[in-house]
Design a binder for this molecule. Structure first.
Ligand SMILES: Cc1ncc(COP(=O)(O)O)c(C=O)c1O
Length: 396
Protein backbone atom coordinates (compact mmCIF):
# COMPACT_ATOMS: atom_id res chain seq x y z
CA UNK A 1 0.00 0.00 0.00
CA UNK A 2 1.31 3.47 -0.94
CA UNK A 3 1.70 6.11 1.77
CA UNK A 4 -0.90 8.44 0.18
CA UNK A 5 -3.48 5.65 0.03
CA UNK A 6 -2.81 4.78 3.67
CA UNK A 7 -3.17 8.40 4.80
CA UNK A 8 -6.46 8.62 2.88
CA UNK A 9 -7.85 5.56 4.68
CA UNK A 10 -6.84 7.08 8.00
CA UNK A 11 -8.51 10.36 7.04
CA UNK A 12 -11.69 8.68 5.89
CA UNK A 13 -12.09 5.83 8.34
CA UNK A 14 -10.25 6.48 11.61
CA UNK A 15 -11.34 8.91 14.29
CA UNK A 16 -8.94 11.85 14.31
CA UNK A 17 -8.13 11.60 18.03
CA UNK A 18 -4.35 11.60 17.60
CA UNK A 19 -2.03 14.28 16.28
CA UNK A 20 -0.23 12.28 13.62
CA UNK A 21 3.38 12.35 12.47
CA UNK A 22 3.59 11.30 8.79
CA UNK A 23 5.77 8.24 9.29
CA UNK A 24 4.68 4.69 8.49
CA UNK A 25 6.57 2.03 10.40
CA UNK A 26 6.81 -1.55 9.30
CA UNK A 27 9.53 -3.11 11.46
CA UNK A 28 11.22 -2.64 14.81
CA UNK A 29 14.31 -4.11 16.44
CA UNK A 30 15.85 -3.04 19.76
CA UNK A 31 16.39 0.72 19.73
CA UNK A 32 15.43 1.06 16.06
CA UNK A 33 12.28 1.47 13.99
CA UNK A 34 12.21 1.08 10.20
CA UNK A 35 9.77 2.96 8.00
CA UNK A 36 8.04 2.06 4.76
CA UNK A 37 11.08 3.32 2.80
CA UNK A 38 13.32 1.19 5.02
CA UNK A 39 14.74 4.30 6.65
CA UNK A 40 16.11 3.57 10.11
CA UNK A 41 15.14 5.69 13.15
CA UNK A 42 16.86 5.64 16.52
CA UNK A 43 13.91 5.47 18.90
CA UNK A 44 14.44 7.38 22.15
CA UNK A 45 10.74 7.34 23.01
CA UNK A 46 9.67 3.82 22.07
CA UNK A 47 5.90 3.42 22.16
CA UNK A 48 5.22 6.28 24.57
CA UNK A 49 6.80 4.39 27.43
CA UNK A 50 5.87 0.92 26.21
CA UNK A 51 9.30 -0.02 24.87
CA UNK A 52 11.42 -0.59 27.98
CA UNK A 53 12.81 -3.68 26.27
CA UNK A 54 13.06 -1.95 22.91
CA UNK A 55 11.16 -3.14 19.87
CA UNK A 56 10.34 -6.79 19.31
CA UNK A 57 12.46 -8.37 22.02
CA UNK A 58 13.22 -11.91 20.80
CA UNK A 59 12.23 -13.56 24.10
CA UNK A 60 8.86 -11.80 24.07
CA UNK A 61 8.28 -12.84 20.45
CA UNK A 62 9.10 -16.47 21.27
CA UNK A 63 6.87 -16.49 24.35
CA UNK A 64 3.94 -15.03 22.40
CA UNK A 65 4.39 -17.42 19.46
CA UNK A 66 4.61 -20.36 21.81
CA UNK A 67 1.48 -19.46 23.79
CA UNK A 68 -0.59 -18.40 20.80
CA UNK A 69 -0.10 -21.79 19.20
CA UNK A 70 -1.56 -23.51 22.30
CA UNK A 71 -4.28 -21.36 23.83
CA UNK A 72 -5.15 -17.71 23.14
CA UNK A 73 -7.93 -16.96 25.59
CA UNK A 74 -9.27 -18.30 28.88
CA UNK A 75 -12.23 -16.62 30.59
CA UNK A 76 -11.48 -15.33 34.07
CA UNK A 77 -13.94 -17.72 35.72
CA UNK A 78 -11.42 -20.49 34.96
CA UNK A 79 -7.77 -20.93 35.88
CA UNK A 80 -4.66 -20.86 33.70
CA UNK A 81 -0.98 -21.23 34.44
CA UNK A 82 0.53 -18.07 32.83
CA UNK A 83 -1.69 -15.81 34.98
CA UNK A 84 -0.68 -17.58 38.19
CA UNK A 85 2.99 -17.44 37.22
CA UNK A 86 2.83 -13.73 36.40
CA UNK A 87 1.05 -12.92 39.67
CA UNK A 88 3.77 -14.80 41.56
CA UNK A 89 6.54 -13.05 39.65
CA UNK A 90 5.04 -9.62 40.30
CA UNK A 91 4.70 -10.57 43.92
CA UNK A 92 8.43 -11.36 43.96
CA UNK A 93 9.36 -7.95 42.50
CA UNK A 94 6.99 -5.99 44.73
CA UNK A 95 8.39 -7.85 47.71
CA UNK A 96 5.50 -7.37 50.12
CA UNK A 97 2.37 -9.48 50.65
CA UNK A 98 0.03 -8.45 47.86
CA UNK A 99 -2.65 -9.50 45.40
CA UNK A 100 -3.11 -8.39 41.81
CA UNK A 101 -6.01 -7.54 39.54
CA UNK A 102 -5.36 -7.84 35.79
CA UNK A 103 -6.82 -5.54 33.15
CA UNK A 104 -5.70 -4.07 29.81
CA UNK A 105 -4.39 -0.52 30.15
CA UNK A 106 -3.11 2.14 32.50
CA UNK A 107 -6.43 3.96 32.66
CA UNK A 108 -8.19 0.73 33.56
CA UNK A 109 -5.65 -0.06 36.28
CA UNK A 110 -6.20 3.41 37.76
CA UNK A 111 -9.95 3.04 37.38
CA UNK A 112 -9.67 -0.18 39.40
CA UNK A 113 -7.66 1.67 42.06
CA UNK A 114 -10.32 4.40 42.24
CA UNK A 115 -13.13 1.85 42.56
CA UNK A 116 -11.10 -0.08 45.13
CA UNK A 117 -10.63 3.10 47.19
CA UNK A 118 -14.33 3.90 47.17
CA UNK A 119 -15.27 0.43 48.32
CA UNK A 120 -12.50 0.49 50.93
CA UNK A 121 -13.60 3.95 52.11
CA UNK A 122 -17.09 2.76 52.97
CA UNK A 123 -18.47 6.29 52.69
CA UNK A 124 -15.14 8.09 52.46
CA UNK A 125 -14.58 8.77 48.75
CA UNK A 126 -12.32 11.78 48.20
CA UNK A 127 -9.01 11.18 46.50
CA UNK A 128 -6.26 13.79 46.54
CA UNK A 129 -4.31 14.02 43.28
CA UNK A 130 -1.71 16.44 41.93
CA UNK A 131 -1.38 19.29 39.47
CA UNK A 132 0.21 18.19 36.20
CA UNK A 133 -0.48 14.53 36.90
CA UNK A 134 -1.81 12.19 34.23
CA UNK A 135 -3.77 9.04 35.05
CA UNK A 136 -5.60 8.18 31.83
CA UNK A 137 -8.63 9.03 29.70
CA UNK A 138 -11.54 7.08 31.17
CA UNK A 139 -13.87 9.28 33.19
CA UNK A 140 -12.55 8.31 36.62
CA UNK A 141 -8.89 8.43 35.61
CA UNK A 142 -9.52 11.71 33.81
CA UNK A 143 -11.16 13.20 36.89
CA UNK A 144 -8.04 12.20 38.83
CA UNK A 145 -5.76 13.80 36.24
CA UNK A 146 -4.46 17.22 37.29
CA UNK A 147 -4.46 18.89 33.85
CA UNK A 148 -7.53 20.77 32.66
CA UNK A 149 -6.63 20.55 28.95
CA UNK A 150 -7.54 16.84 28.89
CA UNK A 151 -10.90 17.47 30.56
CA UNK A 152 -12.32 20.14 28.26
CA UNK A 153 -15.74 19.19 26.91
CA UNK A 154 -16.19 16.12 29.09
CA UNK A 155 -18.03 17.58 32.07
CA UNK A 156 -19.48 16.49 34.35
CA UNK A 157 -16.69 14.22 35.50
CA UNK A 158 -17.10 11.96 38.54
CA UNK A 159 -16.82 13.98 41.72
CA UNK A 160 -14.57 13.34 44.67
CA UNK A 161 -11.14 14.39 43.37
CA UNK A 162 -9.12 17.25 44.83
CA UNK A 163 -6.09 18.39 42.87
CA UNK A 164 -3.31 20.17 44.78
CA UNK A 165 0.23 21.35 43.90
CA UNK A 166 2.88 18.62 43.56
CA UNK A 167 5.71 18.38 46.12
CA UNK A 168 3.71 20.46 48.60
CA UNK A 169 2.79 18.58 51.76
CA UNK A 170 1.00 21.53 53.31
CA UNK A 171 -1.37 21.66 50.34
CA UNK A 172 -2.17 17.99 50.92
CA UNK A 173 -2.78 18.58 54.63
CA UNK A 174 -5.08 21.49 53.78
CA UNK A 175 -7.11 19.36 51.34
CA UNK A 176 -7.81 16.55 53.83
CA UNK A 177 -11.38 16.13 55.05
CA UNK A 178 -13.20 13.38 56.91
CA UNK A 179 -14.23 12.09 53.47
CA UNK A 180 -10.65 11.63 52.20
CA UNK A 181 -9.82 8.00 51.44
CA UNK A 182 -6.68 8.07 49.28
CA UNK A 183 -3.78 10.01 47.82
CA UNK A 184 -2.85 9.14 44.26
CA UNK A 185 0.32 10.17 42.44
CA UNK A 186 3.05 9.46 39.93
CA UNK A 187 6.38 9.76 41.75
CA UNK A 188 7.80 11.12 38.51
CA UNK A 189 5.12 12.92 36.53
CA UNK A 190 5.58 11.81 32.92
CA UNK A 191 3.04 13.67 30.77
CA UNK A 192 3.30 16.57 33.23
CA UNK A 193 6.92 17.30 32.28
CA UNK A 194 9.15 14.85 34.20
CA UNK A 195 8.60 16.34 37.64
CA UNK A 196 10.32 14.28 40.30
CA UNK A 197 8.81 13.88 43.78
CA UNK A 198 11.21 14.83 46.56
CA UNK A 199 12.13 12.29 49.24
CA UNK A 200 10.48 14.45 51.91
CA UNK A 201 7.28 14.68 49.90
CA UNK A 202 6.99 10.93 49.29
CA UNK A 203 7.80 10.09 52.91
CA UNK A 204 5.44 12.81 54.12
CA UNK A 205 2.58 11.39 52.02
CA UNK A 206 3.21 7.93 53.47
CA UNK A 207 3.06 9.37 56.98
CA UNK A 208 -0.18 11.26 56.29
CA UNK A 209 -1.70 8.06 54.88
CA UNK A 210 -0.59 6.08 57.94
CA UNK A 211 -1.84 8.71 60.39
CA UNK A 212 -5.22 9.20 58.69
CA UNK A 213 -5.72 5.60 57.50
CA UNK A 214 -5.69 6.59 53.84
CA UNK A 215 -4.55 4.57 50.84
CA UNK A 216 -1.37 5.63 49.06
CA UNK A 217 -1.85 4.86 45.36
CA UNK A 218 1.29 5.06 43.24
CA UNK A 219 0.71 5.15 39.49
CA UNK A 220 3.71 3.33 38.02
CA UNK A 221 2.22 3.08 34.54
CA UNK A 222 5.08 5.09 33.06
CA UNK A 223 7.74 4.85 35.79
CA UNK A 224 7.46 1.09 36.35
CA UNK A 225 9.24 -1.99 34.98
CA UNK A 226 12.77 -0.67 35.33
CA UNK A 227 12.31 2.71 33.70
CA UNK A 228 13.95 4.62 36.56
CA UNK A 229 16.76 2.11 37.18
CA UNK A 230 14.80 0.18 39.83
CA UNK A 231 11.84 -2.06 39.06
CA UNK A 232 9.43 0.53 40.51
CA UNK A 233 9.94 4.23 41.21
CA UNK A 234 8.65 3.92 44.78
CA UNK A 235 11.68 1.79 45.60
CA UNK A 236 13.84 4.96 45.38
CA UNK A 237 11.92 6.47 48.28
CA UNK A 238 11.99 3.91 51.08
CA UNK A 239 8.19 3.84 51.19
CA UNK A 240 5.65 1.14 50.41
CA UNK A 241 2.45 2.07 48.57
CA UNK A 242 -0.90 0.45 49.41
CA UNK A 243 -1.83 0.23 45.73
CA UNK A 244 0.41 0.20 42.65
CA UNK A 245 -0.84 0.49 39.08
CA UNK A 246 1.15 -0.84 36.12
CA UNK A 247 0.67 -1.00 32.36
CA UNK A 248 2.65 0.23 29.33
CA UNK A 249 5.90 -1.75 29.12
CA UNK A 250 5.00 -4.74 31.27
CA UNK A 251 3.99 -7.01 28.39
CA UNK A 252 6.67 -5.88 25.94
CA UNK A 253 4.25 -4.08 23.60
CA UNK A 254 1.03 -5.99 24.20
CA UNK A 255 -1.84 -4.40 26.14
CA UNK A 256 -1.81 -5.01 29.87
CA UNK A 257 -2.87 -3.25 33.06
CA UNK A 258 -2.35 -4.37 36.63
CA UNK A 259 -3.47 -3.13 40.00
CA UNK A 260 -1.40 -4.50 42.88
CA UNK A 261 -2.90 -4.14 46.34
CA UNK A 262 -1.49 -4.90 49.79
CA UNK A 263 -2.75 -8.32 50.77
CA UNK A 264 -4.19 -7.24 54.12
CA UNK A 265 -6.78 -5.01 52.38
CA UNK A 266 -7.21 -7.01 49.17
CA UNK A 267 -10.50 -8.63 50.24
CA UNK A 268 -12.14 -5.23 49.70
CA UNK A 269 -13.07 -6.30 46.15
CA UNK A 270 -14.77 -9.67 46.32
CA UNK A 271 -16.34 -11.90 43.62
CA UNK A 272 -18.46 -9.91 41.16
CA UNK A 273 -17.27 -6.50 42.37
CA UNK A 274 -14.91 -5.80 39.46
CA UNK A 275 -13.90 -7.58 36.27
CA UNK A 276 -12.25 -7.41 32.87
CA UNK A 277 -12.96 -9.91 30.09
CA UNK A 278 -9.49 -9.85 28.59
CA UNK A 279 -7.55 -9.01 31.77
CA UNK A 280 -4.60 -11.32 32.37
CA UNK A 281 -5.08 -13.51 29.30
CA UNK A 282 -2.52 -16.26 28.67
CA UNK A 283 -0.72 -14.62 25.74
CA UNK A 284 -0.27 -11.31 27.55
CA UNK A 285 0.84 -13.02 30.76
CA UNK A 286 3.42 -15.09 28.88
CA UNK A 287 4.73 -11.90 27.23
CA UNK A 288 4.97 -10.15 30.61
CA UNK A 289 6.77 -13.12 32.15
CA UNK A 290 9.30 -12.92 29.30
CA UNK A 291 9.75 -9.19 29.97
CA UNK A 292 10.41 -9.68 33.68
CA UNK A 293 12.79 -12.55 32.98
CA UNK A 294 14.71 -10.48 30.41
CA UNK A 295 15.00 -7.58 32.86
CA UNK A 296 16.58 -9.94 35.36
CA UNK A 297 18.77 -11.98 32.98
CA UNK A 298 20.06 -9.01 30.99
CA UNK A 299 20.64 -6.97 34.17
CA UNK A 300 18.57 -4.19 32.67
CA UNK A 301 17.95 -2.35 35.93
CA UNK A 302 21.64 -1.72 36.39
CA UNK A 303 22.07 -0.99 32.68
CA UNK A 304 19.27 1.59 32.82
CA UNK A 305 20.89 3.25 35.80
CA UNK A 306 24.32 3.43 34.13
CA UNK A 307 22.90 4.47 30.76
CA UNK A 308 20.81 7.14 32.47
CA UNK A 309 23.89 8.59 34.16
CA UNK A 310 25.76 8.57 30.85
CA UNK A 311 22.88 10.27 29.06
CA UNK A 312 22.51 12.92 31.76
CA UNK A 313 26.26 13.67 31.57
CA UNK A 314 25.95 14.15 27.80
CA UNK A 315 22.85 16.30 28.17
CA UNK A 316 24.63 18.44 30.78
CA UNK A 317 27.34 19.16 28.17
CA UNK A 318 24.61 20.19 25.75
CA UNK A 319 23.18 22.46 28.46
CA UNK A 320 26.53 24.24 28.66
CA UNK A 321 26.52 24.74 24.89
CA UNK A 322 22.87 25.75 24.56
CA UNK A 323 21.54 28.27 27.10
CA UNK A 324 18.02 27.47 25.86
CA UNK A 325 18.21 24.36 28.06
CA UNK A 326 17.27 25.47 31.55
CA UNK A 327 17.08 22.16 33.41
CA UNK A 328 17.66 18.43 33.07
CA UNK A 329 15.80 16.13 35.43
CA UNK A 330 14.67 12.55 35.92
CA UNK A 331 15.80 9.20 37.23
CA UNK A 332 17.34 6.28 35.36
CA UNK A 333 16.17 6.48 31.77
CA UNK A 334 13.17 8.72 32.37
CA UNK A 335 14.66 12.07 31.50
CA UNK A 336 13.26 15.52 30.80
CA UNK A 337 15.16 18.37 29.18
CA UNK A 338 13.46 21.62 30.09
CA UNK A 339 13.72 24.26 27.37
CA UNK A 340 13.02 27.96 27.73
CA UNK A 341 10.99 27.78 24.51
CA UNK A 342 8.61 25.33 22.82
CA UNK A 343 10.29 22.08 21.80
CA UNK A 344 8.21 21.11 18.77
CA UNK A 345 10.76 22.33 16.20
CA UNK A 346 13.56 20.45 17.97
CA UNK A 347 11.54 17.22 17.93
CA UNK A 348 10.79 17.64 14.22
CA UNK A 349 14.40 18.40 13.36
CA UNK A 350 15.56 15.32 15.33
CA UNK A 351 13.04 13.24 13.40
CA UNK A 352 14.33 14.51 10.05
CA UNK A 353 17.78 13.43 11.19
CA UNK A 354 16.59 9.98 12.23
CA UNK A 355 16.05 10.38 15.99
CA UNK A 356 12.64 9.99 17.64
CA UNK A 357 12.06 11.89 20.88
CA UNK A 358 8.99 13.44 22.49
CA UNK A 359 8.04 16.86 23.77
CA UNK A 360 5.61 17.10 26.65
CA UNK A 361 4.15 20.11 28.41
CA UNK A 362 5.22 22.20 25.38
CA UNK A 363 8.76 22.83 26.58
CA UNK A 364 10.06 19.55 27.97
CA UNK A 365 11.92 17.16 25.67
CA UNK A 366 11.23 13.68 26.98
CA UNK A 367 13.82 10.93 26.48
CA UNK A 368 12.92 7.38 27.49
CA UNK A 369 15.02 5.00 25.37
CA UNK A 370 15.05 1.22 25.76
CA UNK A 371 16.71 0.11 29.02
CA UNK A 372 19.25 -1.77 26.91
CA UNK A 373 20.32 1.37 24.99
CA UNK A 374 24.06 1.34 24.24
CA UNK A 375 26.60 4.13 24.77
CA UNK A 376 27.01 4.31 21.01
CA UNK A 377 23.28 4.88 20.56
CA UNK A 378 23.30 7.52 23.29
CA UNK A 379 26.26 9.28 21.62
CA UNK A 380 24.38 9.26 18.31
CA UNK A 381 21.23 10.65 19.93
CA UNK A 382 23.20 13.40 21.70
CA UNK A 383 24.92 14.34 18.47
CA UNK A 384 21.60 14.61 16.59
CA UNK A 385 20.00 16.53 19.44
CA UNK A 386 22.96 18.94 19.43
CA UNK A 387 22.56 19.46 15.67
CA UNK A 388 18.83 20.02 16.09
CA UNK A 389 19.35 22.58 18.85
CA UNK A 390 21.92 24.36 16.69
CA UNK A 391 19.75 24.29 13.58
CA UNK A 392 16.46 25.33 15.12
CA UNK A 393 18.19 27.89 17.35
CA UNK A 394 15.24 27.86 19.71
CA UNK A 395 14.82 31.19 21.41
CA UNK A 396 17.12 32.98 18.97
C1 LIG B 1 1.24 7.79 34.50
C2 LIG B 1 0.20 7.31 33.55
N1 LIG B 1 -0.91 6.75 34.05
C3 LIG B 1 -1.88 6.28 33.23
C4 LIG B 1 -1.76 6.37 31.87
C5 LIG B 1 -2.85 5.85 30.98
O1 LIG B 1 -2.43 4.65 30.40
P1 LIG B 1 -3.23 4.04 29.14
O2 LIG B 1 -2.98 4.94 27.99
O3 LIG B 1 -2.62 2.68 28.98
O4 LIG B 1 -4.65 3.99 29.52
C6 LIG B 1 -0.61 6.94 31.31
C7 LIG B 1 -0.46 7.06 29.85
O5 LIG B 1 0.34 7.79 29.32
C8 LIG B 1 0.40 7.42 32.17
O6 LIG B 1 1.51 7.97 31.70
Amino acid sequence: MKKEELFKIYNDCIMPTYTKTPLVFIKGKGSYLFDIHNRKYLDFFPGWGVGNLGHCHPKVMTAVRDQISKLIFVANNFYHIPQAKLAKELHFWVNFPSRVFFCNSGAEANEAAIKFSRKFGNGRFEIITFRNSFHGRTLGALAATGQDKYKEGFSPLPEGFKTVPFNNLQAVEDALTDKTVAIMLELIQGEGGINVATQDFAKGLRKICDDKKLLLIVDEVQTGIGRTGLMFAWQHYGITPDIITLAKSLAGGLPIGVMIVKKEISQTLGPGSHASTFGGGPVICKAALAVLKAIHKEKLLNKAKMAGEYLITGLSSLKERFPVISDIRGKGLMIGVQLKVEGKAVVECCMEKGLLINCTHDKVLRLMPALSVSKKEIDRALSILGEALEKTEPGA
